[in-house]
Design a protein around this ligand. Structure first.
Ligand code: ATP
Ligand code: MG
Length: 567
């Protein structure tokens, strides 16, 4: 492991240090509050790891809270997947798991108290009218004609809203703040609305639902959250957050701090857009390995360590920036280089026949599991007269400086086995090469010549044709060919890369892959990182956590070997 760099503190740590030094708080408590209306993406991972990391750093607490105050789009399916993803990342909420909807009674009480203090009123304007009354940037808002209802009337109407006496959209509860404020959020914002919807946890118990800006600070305060971290777009909501905290009686006053969202090039990062890709059938699901969702990245072969490392290194800032996808790949490659077992696999096979190797003979050769980690040991593979090699490791008419197999070309090394010299090939009636011929030097076991001569050709990977298994390999590239499909002025569906998935069948892999797939099959595949391998000379590949089985081997290419990230 490389030593952790000493980095200066970010602006959030500095703010926390100051709060602790000044005695504003005597502890640190952070939270991650996802709305269960979709699957988590890598942007959420940044927020999770930031919040969890701070709780660790300051020896505090980390809360997991489902922000399920909007019944329209929430589903238990999402709750379960979000929990699984956060556990996979390694953020531990211990016994601090909360649901915003469990606070509905307290939120209702808080609203009643605001009414009693004359700070909230029931408004009969329609949504459209509220918008018209709100004014513009240069003009103050106009008072709602219902703004001066008596406390008694407001209490009565609000209770009847709760009891389901009024149709949806006919009335709202609004905070009475400041119609002249330069901040629209402060111009008598709606804090409760009527919705006749089934709630995933509360059932039909409620027909009034609090708005996010009212509910969120109350939940934070009730859980004794100290630092409520959110993305930049909530900056203009902070005065309202503080207003709620200061006007509702709460046991603790949390502080909201905003940071820039993570954006990554060649992808989109909003649940709405990701859902669209799923619904339109452009990807195979939320866990399609090309998706920036955590379940997609996991299926692609990303490890929790690679994502943690990525989030650590991009840091947190106040200004929005877009990180290169190649940096995410770089972090994965670094991790897999240390941990992934090496194996040989042939993606586009052609048969190699070693004409001077005895027919029917077979031997075993030993290969290292991971040269960067001698402790990871070795494994044995078989070798015989016929092997599969990569079709492009042979050229009948070579290009200049071609170092691989070509008739009478340079001597090449079959990795871990022998040195061979190509002698020719056989072609079918269409001129396609169907077999490559070579002779081997029996005095070069392991690929080392007995006389110590220099090998001029390349080292080539291979799989013994006598024992190889067929596999399907899915090769991915960017989902969007446009580097900035998330741009405000762009139709992201017009930015897709039509060649983001290539499915190869009839690939050849070592026979032990069947046992590895069988053992993996018996585990809870979906929530786990699948076994990953470095296919020599080709890249990092993992078992597909959905479609791979003992009978039908399926691999996903996680990342190539070549690093395109410019440091
Ligand atoms: P989306 O726009 O993708 O639907 P969201 O903000 O609506 O995201 P939530 O479930 O409400 O999704 O988000 C939970 C938390 O994750 C919020 O605190 C939010 O600020 C944070 N978050 C969401 N997207 C990102 C991102 N790209 N980078 C950093 N944090 C993010
Ligand atoms: Mg949201």
């Amino acid at each position: 492991m490389e030593e952790k760099e000493v980095v200066s503190k970010n602006f959030i740590e500095l703010a926390i240090d100051k709060d602790l030094a000044e005695g504003v708080y005597d502890h640190v408590c952070t939270r991650f509050p996802p709305e269960p209306n979709g699957y988590l993406h890598i942007g959420h991972a940044k927020s999770i790891l930031l919040n969890y990391g701070l709780s660790q750093e300051y020896n505090g607490e980390f809360h997991m809270r489902f922000d399920d105050t909007n019944p329209t789009k929430e589903k238990t399916e999402f709750v379960d997947s979000i929990k699984a993803d956060i556990q996979w990342l390694g953020a531990d909420w211990k016994d601090h798991l909360y649901y915003a909807s469990d606070y509905f009674p307290q939120m209702y009480e808080a609203a009643v108290k605001l009414i009693k203090k004359g700070k909230a009123f029931v408004c009969d304007l329609s949504a459209e009218e509220i918008r018209e009354y709100r004014g513009t940037l240069t003009e103050p808002g106009k008072e709602s004609p219902y703004r001066n209802r008596s406390v008694e009337e407001n209490l009565d109407l609000f209770e009847r809203m709760k009891n389901g006496e009024f149709p949806e959209g006919s009335r709202t509860l609004r905070a009475k703040i400041d119609l002249a404020s330069g901040n629209f959020n402060m111009r008598d914002p709606v804090i409760y609305r009527i919705r006749y919807m089934h709630h995933h946890r509360q059932g039909d118990k409620w027909c009034i639902y609090p708005m996010y800006d009212f509910a969120h600070p109350i939940q934070d305060a009730m859980e004794h959250i100290t630092h409520s971290l959110c993305s930049l777009e909530f900056e203009a909501h902070r005065p309202l957050y503080d207003w709620v905290v200061n006007n509702v009686s709460v046991p603790n006053k949390p502080r909201q701090i905003e940071f820039a969202r993570l954006g990554i090039d060649h992808t989109v990062m909003s649940k709405r857009k990701l859902r669209k890709l799923v619904e339109e059938g452009i990807v195979s699901g939320w866990d399609d390995p090309r998706m920036p969702t955590l379940c997609g990245l996991r299926r692609r072969g990303f490890t929790p360590a690679s994502i943690r490392n990525f989030c650590d290194r991009i840091g947190v800032a106040k200004s929005a920036s877009v990180v290169e996808y190649s940096f995410l790949e770089h972090c994965l490659r670094e991790d897999l280089n240390d941990t992934a077992e090496r194996t040989m696999a042939v993606l586009r096979p052609v048969k190699l026949v070693i004409t001077n190797y005895p027919e029917g003979k077979s031997e075993t050769v030993t290969v290292e599991n991971n040269p960067t980690d001698p402790a990871s040991g070795t494994h044995e593979i078989t070798f015989s007269r016929e092997c599969w090699i990569e079709a492009d490791d042979f050229m009948e008419v070579p290009v200049p400086k071609y170092k691989r197999l070509t008739p009478n070309g340079p001597e090449c090394r079959l990795k871990g086995a022998y040195l061979i010299t190509c002698t020719g090939c056989k072609k079918d009636e269409n001129g396609n090469v169907v077999e490559v011929y070579a002779e081997y030097d029996p005095n070069s076991p392991g690929g080392d010549p007995a006389d110590g001569r220099k090998v001029k050709g390349a080292t080539i990977h291979w799989v013994d044709a006598a024992t190889a298994l067929d596999a399907e390999v899915r090769v991915y590239s960017e989902l969007f060919s446009d580097p900035a499909p998330d741009g405000a002025d762009k139709d992201f569906l017009a930015c897709m890369n039509p060649e983001s998935l290539e499915v190869l069948t009839g690939c050849k892999v070592e026979p032990r892959m069947r046992d590895i797939a069988a053992a993996y099959d018996k585990t809870e595949k979906k929530g786990k990182t699948a076994p990953s391998f470095q296919f020599m000379r080709l890249g990092y590949f993992c078992l597909d956590n959905k479609d791979c089985s003992e009978e039908h081997l399926v691999f996903n290419r996680s990342v190539t070997l070549k690093d395109s990230f410019k440091k």
